[in-house]
Structure formats: C-alpha cells, structure tokens
Design a protein around this ligand. Structure first.
Ligand code: HAM
Length: 422
C-alpha cells in the first residue's frame, strides 16, 4: 500500500548523495563570503506578518498571494519568511548593529517560503544564499554586491550567464517616470492582460516585466527610466556602471528590469542563464534605502542580493560542474559471531576517536552481505574478524582498491590504519 504521507507540494527531501552537492556549494559559499568580508546572520524562520507586508509592499505578488501566514494561539499573525532582506534589516535595527560597526556586511544561506504554483525551478520551500551591505549609500557597496554575486558563479565555473542592470530611481524621480509610463500606455490599456490592467493603477512599472508576449510587444517602445532619473540617481547609476566596468564585469542595461519587491531604490539587477527555461533568474538584488523608513525608523541605506540554491544546482548539474557526490568510508569493520562483533564495535569507537571514519554492520549479516555493504559505502579498507582470528588476536586487513589482504595483529590495527590513511 502506498504511504499515506508525502512531502507537501512544492517541497523536497534532500538526502545522500544529493546532500553532498549542497555541502559542496555551502562550503564554497562560506569560503567566498569570508574572503569578501561578510559575516553570517541567522534569523527566525517566521516573523510578524506586518514586517513583510510593509517591507516587501502591499501590492506585490508575494504579499498579496504567496505568503504562508498563520495566527498563533496568542492571536498574533506570523508569516514564514518569503525572503531575507526585511528580516536582516529588522535585526540590524533591533540590535543597533550600526553602532558596533557603521557598515554591516551580512550573509545567509537559508530556506524561504512562497506559495507559488510549483514548476521546474519554482518551489514553495526553496533555499537562498544572499548578502546585504547595510549602512552606506556609496555606489561602491552596490558594485561590491554585484561583484560577489558574479564572482561566485565564476569561481564555480558557470560560464554563460547574463547580468542585467537598471536603476529604479527614487521617490523624487520615479513618480514622473510612472506618470509618463501611464501616459504612454493609456492608448493600449485595454489590450494589456488583466494582470497588467490592474498594475496600471497599482504599480505600472511592473507592466514592463510581464512575461506575456502580447504585453511585451505593446510595451516594447516605451521610454526607459534612465532619461527620467534625478541628478543624484543618474550620478549613482553612472558610478555603479563605471565601477563594474573597472572590474571587467560585463552587464547589459535592461529597461524592463523592475524587480517584484517594492523596497528597491536606484540599483536593480538580476543574473539569468539560458539553462533554466522559464524560471531563468538565478539571482536578483538591488538597493533599498527606504526600507527602514517603511518600519517607522530613520532611513538606513542598504544594498544586497539573493540567489536560489536549487536553481544554481540545476545549472551546475547541466554544465557538469559538480564534483563526485559521494563520501567514502575509510574503514568498514566486519565481525563474524557475537564476540567478534563486540570487539569490532569497540574498535570502531577507538578509530573514530582517532579521527578515522569507520562503519560496521548492525544486522549480524553474513560475510558476503557485509562485504556488499562495505562496497556500497565505498570503503577504502575492510577489517575482517572471525572467531578463529579473534582467538589468535589477529584480523584480516583488506585493501578494497587493490583487493590485497594480509593478516595483522589486532593490537596493531589502529596504528597501521592511521599510517596508511594519512
Ligand atoms: P527575489 O528575486 O525574490 O529577491 O529572489 C532571489 C532569487 O531566489 C531568485 O532569483 C531565484 O533564484 C530564487 N527564488 C525566488 N523564488 C523562488 C522559488 N519559488 N523557487 C525557487 N527559487 C526561487 C529576493 O528575495 C530579495 N530579497 C533579494 C535581495 C536581497 N534584494 C536585496 N537584498
């Protein structure tokens, strides 16, 4: 009979050998972030609902349709985090991190939750790695964030990705652009899809990134925001581009890049690849200088990015950039008969204390079955202890790579293995 319980739709179990790919990516990330001067932050998986409603924005798809929100037994509304920027800013403000060091550089590797329609590359529990630089409006920080996102893909060997860059302006210049966009789209309003017709009033910039071909055709000729940027935003945008170019980071300007979260000001960027089909964004980010003000605090400038680990792994897999996923067991210990099994149990403990990965059988199986298990675990050595050997205080040591075997003193085994595994 089929098992009654399964993972919820849009979620996944991760276990060997796949889990070793996650470890690989996570280790590479931790190494990279520490070289770039970022420190890890961990925040709760759930936060007060209002944090996301205000931070991400009431009119966004995430807040309107995708949040996992629940009321706890105390009657308060909480939400499983759909993203990390609002929680990281909350933590920065709550703990006055800016007083410890004016500019905080924080990174995370963590699960996020969005009730989207599951499809390839789109999950309901997915994982992001990301980084935030909080406390400076300097374009150097924008360029640093883009650089760390790009360099990680390069270090992993990912070749054909594209970096898209735009500025979404600020409350000084964006309203003028928004009005202009409405004016330009008004004549074709009834030809836009029903979602875009709603966006026309709520947030017309989002019409630009509608995926429908018909909407894209209708918006192809509209003005880019660039000509509408105020002097400060234009200068910031110019400097970001200059810094990226000085680092040989190739980007393309994209007037359609507006991002699906409302907190962005000025810099917005995405990294896409051709390996992912419809869900082609590995990474997205930008500047959010007014996010803190949404929480009722004084403005604190910030810039960051986040990337989907499942999507990254899919790209690495397609390009054959993942190392062998397996972990070898150094020594498999085989005991035949009750007394030998007990001795093997003790010996395994000693080896592990000395730093050697050792495994044994827990079912009292035959020699053949235990050998099969040793092969499955890709053991480099096996130690075989039968009743006969135990009586003589010896064991058989077998090299699983060459097939050679020899008899050795039980008291010497630890030393011999230590020397050979070194
Ligand atoms: P985002 O664009 O919503 O930005 O998400 C960033 C990345 O997370 C996406 O490019 C994608 O790779 C991955 N992702 C998003 N949703 C899913 C999903 N349902 N399934 C699988 N992967 C997904 C943010 O989250 C911002 N907090 C980024 C940021 C940080 N901006 C400033 N700082």
């Amino acid at each position: 009979m089929a098992l009654q319980f399964k993972t919820p739709r849009g979620t996944k179990d991760i276990f060997p050998p796949e889990i070793y790919r996650w470890h690989y990516v996570e280790q590479r990330l931790r190494d990279l972030f520490s070289r770039y001067g970022f420190h890890e932050i961990r925040t709760p998986v759930f936060e007060e609902t209002e944090l996301f409603a205000r931070g991400i924005g009431q009119s966004t798809d995430i807040v309107q349709k995708e949040m996992y929100t629940f009321v706890d037994k105390g009657g308060k509304s909480f939400t499983l985090r759909p993203e990390m920027t609002a929680p990281v800013m909350r933590a920065y403000l709550q703990h006055h991190l800016g007083e410890k060091r004016r500019v905080q550089k924080l990174y995370y590797i963590a699960p996020m939750f969005r009730q989207e329609r599951p499809q390839a590359g789109r999950l309901r529990q997915f994982h992001q790695y990301g980084a935030e630089i909080i406390g400076t409006p300097d374009p150097l920080a924008d360029a640093e964030i883009v650089r760390v996102a790009v360099r990680f893909l390069e270090e992993l060997g990912v070749a054909d990705f594209r970096l898209k860059l735009n500025s979404v302006g600020c409350p000084v210049c964006r309203p003028t652009y928004r009005d202009n966009l409405r004016r330009q789209l008004k004549p074709v309003l009834d030809q836009l899809c029903s979602d875009c017709q709603k966006r026309y009033d709520l947030n017309p910039l989002r019409i630009l990134d509608c995926k429908r071909e018909s909407c894209r055709e209708l918006t192809a000729g509209v003005d880019s925001i660039e000509a509408f940027l105020c002097e400060d935003c234009a200068e910031h945008f110019r400097q970001v581009q200059e810094l990226l170019a000085s680092q040989s980071i190739v980007f393309e300007k994209d007037k359609r890049l507006v991002r699906g979260l409302d907190y962005y000001t000025r810099t917005a960027f995405e990294i896409v690849t051709s390996h992912l089909g419809a869900q082609d964004a590995i990474c997205g980010g930008g500047r959010y200088d007014l996010l803190a003000a949404e929480f009722g605090e004084n403005p604190v400038p910030g810039v960051g990015f986040a990337a989907g680990i499942e999507r990254l792994l899919a790209v690495l897999e397609k390009q054959a950039l993942l190392p062998e996923p397996a972990e070898r067991t150094a020594v498999y210990l085989i005991g035949l008969g009750e007394a030998a099994r007990r001795r093997i149990f003790a010996l395994a403990g000693d080896l592990r204390t000395r730093g050697i990965a050792a495994e044994l059988d827990y079912l009292g199986r035959s020699l053949k079955a235990q050998m099969r298990d040793a092969n499955k675990l890709m053991a480099t050595w096996t130690v075989i202890l039968g009743e006969n050997e135990l009586e003589r205080e010896v064991a058989i040591l077998k090299n699983m790579l060459t097939g050679e075997q020899e008899e050795v003193q039980l008291s010497e085994i630890q030393k011999i293995l230590e020397a050979r595994l070194r």
